[in-house]
Design a protein around this ligand. Structure first.
Ligand code: ADP
Ligand code: MG
Length: 388
């Protein structure tokens, strides 16, 4: 029996060694709560990839166990196939994952192997390629693609499995800033639709802004499990020992405390929150964040006139790529929009209905952490007549 309280994945007393004198993982006991965004943080060689390979059964613990949905993972072929349709792992290096000659063959490989029916596979490939923005490259040979495109192909392959848990090993490594934000945005979107998302990284800024929770691995041991702000705002030397600096937003928060006596808590999570915590006494009137839904349910697109605008989510991104939307912010638009609105400018965010809740959550957090209230206005795209 499972319920929403059962962790989607857990490990108990997990040990694993590649055969050297030191184990790669020592006594790892952790839970992955379902429906969350979790970042695994740790320097190179700390054991993140080795742990991820346990989550979909590629590695088997020497001692201890892995549980999926409350049940002990079994290692016969049938159980492994089941596990791998539920838990999709995207490798750090796309070339470890891409085997097929063309993009569509590669994306279809997983579902085909899992015995998904042919008609359904076509649908899934369409959907996955569209999510990662590769619909146009469908028939291209995988060998002709750039590194970033190959990363998208391997992600599309994982998405085509429609996994309950998406595990991405250093997904942002080697990507330019726009692609990093697109990837995190897509992860938010999948997460809002119910997917649990695990990401490994050594990028503290990304981890701090994006994660619901962090798990920190150092020297093959789990050294922290909990909220990102609790891990980063610490007095001991662990961060230094791990070769990491605290996120800039938290350093700014610390300086505000030391120089102005501003209370440390609540901790700001984003630059917008930190900026407004610093300057809140100026009390400008906040602008509005206008949410315009552009997914299937939405109708005519009303072009933003003089207001600042941005796209958030795959549906809006497609419209921008097709030239049907012209916006200021092509990425990181929700955070930028909150920042603009908090500074007194109205901002139009073209987005999907399933991302509106996240926009509301972030606006609430801005109010709680920085004391600025940004009013949110839902504008449904099904109004008659196009603005101009
Ligand atoms: P991370 O992903 O955090 O960089 P890894 O899980 O790749 O760390 O590595 C953990 C430890 O296991 C390191 O000491 C690494 O050298 C070792 N290791 C990783 N893969 C192998 C392998 N295929 N064979 C032997 N040792 C390995
Ligand atoms: Mg690794």
């Amino acid at each position: 029996m499972t319920d929403s309280q059962t962790p989607i994945i857990s490990t108990q007393g997990l040990w694993f060694s590649y055969g050297g004198d030191k184990p790669a993982l020592s006594d790892i006991t952790l839970d992955i709560p379902r429906g969350k965004k979790i970042v695994f943080l740790g320097p190179n060689g700390s054991g993140k990839s080795t742990l991820f390979l346990h989550f979909n059964g590629v590695h088997r613990p020497d001692m201890g166990e892995v549980l999926f949905d409350g049940k002990e993972v079994k290692y016969d072929a049938k159980s492994l196939a089941e596990l791998r349709s539920a838990v999709s792992l995207v490798f750090q290096n796309p070339d470890d994952q891409i085997f097929s000659a063309t993009v569509e063959e590669d994306v279809a490989f997983g579902p085909l192997n899992a015995g998904v029916e042919r008609g359904e596979i076509g649908k899934r490939v369409d959907e996955a390629l569209s999510l990662v923005g590769l619909s146009e490259q469908r028939e291209r040979p995988t060998q002709q693609l750039s590194f970033g495109q190959r990363k998208r192909v391997s992600l599309a392959g994982a998405l085509a499995m429609r996994p309950k848990v998406l595990v991405m090993d250093e997904p942002t490594a080697g990507l330019d800033p726009q692609m990093v934000h697109e990837l995190l945005e897509l992860s938010d979107e999948l997460n809002q639709a119910g997917t649990t998302v695990l990401v490994s990284t050594h990028d503290v800024e990304t981890a701090y802004e994006w994660a619901d929770e962090v798990r920190v691995i150092h020297g093959g041991k789990l050294v922290f499990s909990g909220a990102p702000e609790e891990f980063f705002d610490r007095e001991d030397r662990l961060l230094h020992e791990m070769g990491m600096a605290p996120p800039m937003v938290l350093s700014l928060n610390r300086s505000l405390h030391d120089l102005n006596g501003t209370p440390l808590k609540p901790y700001p999570r984003t630059l917008a929150e930190a900026a407004h915590k610093a300057f809140r006494q100026r009390k400008e009137r906040a602008g509005k964040l206008l949410l315009r839904c552009v997914d299937e349910k939405g109708g005519a697109i009303q072009p933003a006139s003089h207001e600042r605008s941005g796209i958030y989510g795959a549906a809006a991104r497609r419209l921008a790529q097709d030239g049907r939307l012209d916006v200021h912010y092509q990425f990181h638009a929700l955070e930028s929009g909150l920042m603009e609105a908090a500074s007194g400018r109205d901002f139009v965010l073209y987005t999907d209905s399933n991302l509106c809740r996240l926009a509301e959550e972030k606006a609430k957090r801005l109010e709680k952490n920085a004391g600025v209230k940004v009013p949110i206005v839902h504008e449904h795209g099904d109004k008659k007549g196009e603005g101009g």
